[in-house]
Every structure is written in C-alpha cells, then in structure tokens.
Write a protein that binds this ligand. Structure first.
Ligand SMILES: Cc1ncc(COP(=O)(O)O)c(C=O)c1O
Length: 377
C-alpha cells in the first residue's frame, strides 16, 4: 500500500476535491523549499528558470504536448480567469458551457461577461447519459452562429461524468469555434494526450489525481493561439525590460507572477515518476472497481439510485440520494462526525449526490463502511 500522509482515523473518500500527496512526493516538495531558503537569490534568479524548463518538459511529455505550450499555474481557476479576461469577446458573442461545470470556473466567465458584454450560455446534458454521440448531439444544440468559445470539463466535478471532449473539440474546430477543456480531474485518472484532444486551451490540476503538492496546475495554450492570451498578472515577464531568460514570450508572460514559492511545481516531476511506478493500470482498475462496488452496493438500499452506466465514470462515482436527503450539509456532517467519513454531498440541479472517490490508498473496508453508514442514516 503506497505511503500517503492521510490521517488514519479518517475514512478518506474525497480525493476528488483536493487530491492527496504521497510521502515520497511531499518530501521532494519540502526538499525544494529548503533548497530555496539556503540561498533565495541564487535559487530564484539563477537556478529556477532551467529547473522549471525541465519540469515543463516532463509534464509536456506526460500530457502529449510541446513544453513551450505549457506553463505552471496554481490551479484551473487561475487558467479559466486568464482565458475569460483575455479573449476578445464582446456584445453579441457567446461562450457555451455545459450545466456540469465547476462553479468557480463558470464564475470567471460570468464575471468577464458582465464587464465585456458577452453572454454565457449553459447547455444541459441530461442524466442519465446514454452514449458519447448523444452527449455531443445534445451539447451541440447550444451552439449558435454567435458561439465563440466552448468551455467544457473532461471529467465533471458535480457529476463525475467523463465527457467526449476530443469529439467536441473536433466539431468546434470544423465550425471555427475556440475550445477550452477543463481537465482538473483528468491527468492521473485517465491518460491525457493534449495533441489528440485538439483543444485550443486546456487546464488541469497536478494536485488532484497526479498527487502532486497543492497549488500545482498546468495551463496549455496551443502555439498558434498564444498571441491571443494576456497574462492575468502583469509582472517582469511582460514589457520591454525582460530580466529573465525564458524560452519564449508565452512562458515569460504567464509563469513569473512576482515572488512565489515554486516548490510545488518543481515536485511535479516526482509526482509523475511516482504515478508511473505506483499507479499501474492494475492499481487504477482496482480503484475503479472499488468505486463501482460502492455505487452498486449503495444502490441496493431502498430509495437510492445509480446515476451513470459504469463506462462514464472512473475513480469517482455517484450515489444518488435525492429521495432520502433534504439537507446536504446535515448529511455531510453526519457522515463525517458520526462515521469519520470524509466525502462530498453535492446538490446539482434538483438532485443530491454523494461523490465517492478511490485511489491507491482506498480499501474495500472503507467502501463497506460508507455503504453501511448510508444504510444507517
Ligand atoms: C472540474 C473542476 N474544474 C476546476 C476546479 C478548480 O480547481 P482549483 O480550485 O484547483 O482551481 C475543480 C476543483 O475541484 C474542478 O473539479
């Protein structure tokens, strides 16, 4: 069993919210912080640029992208804000989202829409989904001649649904619509190849399913789209007096945001190495099987339903408790306080889901404890 730092007194079934970092990767993160503090000027001014370039190179290889198309950012919220604020959108233009998007990222577009006058349009994807083709067709009903950007999750947060983003990006490209894929839950949970997905923009966390330290994310902008994107924070990397010797303008503009702690980014290569060694296809399959068992066993309880067919979820699954739960906060608190289970209870539309996550540290007895708790409650 891989060595995580999780509290052994808690049944942790919420990897999806913030991830969890294995001891080996966390040690590497602390090692970089110590390196920095030994000689901050040498580290931040001279050693950091090539270290980040090496880390970017590895992430690029891991995600099937060229390293100059990727910058480290703290998280996908940051990347969504960067896109929403820099694209030249205005009155008459539409940004199309599904109704399964992560709230903070949707807010980034709502905020920019208020300032610039474009519209944010939410196209429903009805549950239960039936096939990838049906998802694409239903989503495409939201496209109009005014649609300029599609923003869509690869794996959705409230509904743990894997969406056919490559098909949607292909169709958008044919229609001349830009695409941004929110892959917050994808790398580490599924194999990601950014070239094959074909999005113009992509963001992901490294701290969720790649198990890197918190505050490590990536922002991908395809080479031919980089001139469209302004830095969210203007600093030394912009302007005539560039002082840092970076590979190119995109990286200069977006990666140096003033003094910060880059240790989480520098630990991403260790997280990738850890993934390759520890999260074998068997380990991923075992986690998926545990999620499927949780969904299956819970759905045998009266009044509790399944939501998706198995092929639409991976290491996160949904238990539909709509018929048995009116107060989501109370249910979450009871699961935590009485049963020591950390798990999200999510209200989506008029439904209530318990979203169960499994990773290499999850045990069959954790799943049994969850099902038993739901039964008792
Ligand atoms: C689909 C999705 N997008 C974006 C985010 C935002 O992540 P962060 O808070 O790291 O920016 C999350 C976080 O859970 C998410 O689930």
């Amino acid at each position: 069993m891989p060595d995580f730092l999780l509290d052994p007194d808690v049944i942790f079934l919420n990897h999806g919210s913030f991830g969890a970092c294995p001891r080996a990767v966390f040690d590497e993160y602390v090692r970089w912080q110590r390196e920095l503090e030994r000689q901050p000027v040498r580290f931040l001014q001279r050693e950091l640029p090539p270290l980040l370039a090496d880390a970017r190179q590895l992430v690029g290889e891991y995600l099937g992208a060229r390293s100059h198309e990727i910058v480290f950012v703290p998280n996908p919220t940051f990347a969504a804000n960067t896109i929403a604020r820099s694209l030249a959108l205005g009155p008459g233009d539409e940004v199309l989202l599904t109704d399964h998007e992560y709230g903070a990222c949707q807010f980034a577009f709502d905020f920019a829409a208020k300032q610039k006058g474009f519209r944010v349009v939410q196209q429903p994807i009805t549950l239960p989904v039936e096939s990838n083709e049906a998802i694409v067709e239903q989503f495409w009903q939201g496209v109009t001649p005014n649609t300029k950007l599609i923003f869509i999750s690869q794996i959705t947060s409230p509904t743990a649904l894997t969406l056919p983003v490559a098909q949607i990006c292909q169709r958008a490209r044919d229609a001349g619509i830009l695409t941004m894929v929110d892959g917050a839950h994808a790398p580490g949970q599924i194999d990601v190849n950014l070239t094959e997905i074909g999005a113009d923009f992509y963001t992901a966390t490294c701290h969720k399913w790649m198990c890197a330290p918190k505050g490590s994310g990536i922002f991908y902008v395809r080479e031919d789209r980089q001139a469209m994107i302004d830095p969210l924070i203007v600093g030394w990397g912009w302007g005539p007096n560039k002082t840092f010797h970076r590979e190119n303008e995109f990286i200069e503009h977006h990666e140096w945001l003033g003094t910060y702690d880059p240790a989480a980014y520098l630990a991403v290569p260790a997280a990738i190495a850890w993934q390759r060694e520890q999260v074998t296809p068997e380990v991923r399959q075992r986690s998926q099987d545990l999620v499927r068992q949780a969904v299956e066993l819970a759905s045998q309880i009266e009044g509790i339903e399944r939501v998706h067919p198995d092929e639409f979820f991976r290491q996160m699954g949904l238990i539909d408790v709509t018929a048995r739960c009116t107060d989501t906060d109370a249910l979450k608190s009871r699961l935590h306080d009485e049963f020591r289970i950390e798990i999200p209870v999510i209200r989506w539309q008029d439904r209530v889901f318990i979203r169960v996550s499994a990773h290499a540290y999850t045990k069959r007895k954790d799943i049994e404890a969850l099902v038993q708790a739901i039964q008792v409650i």
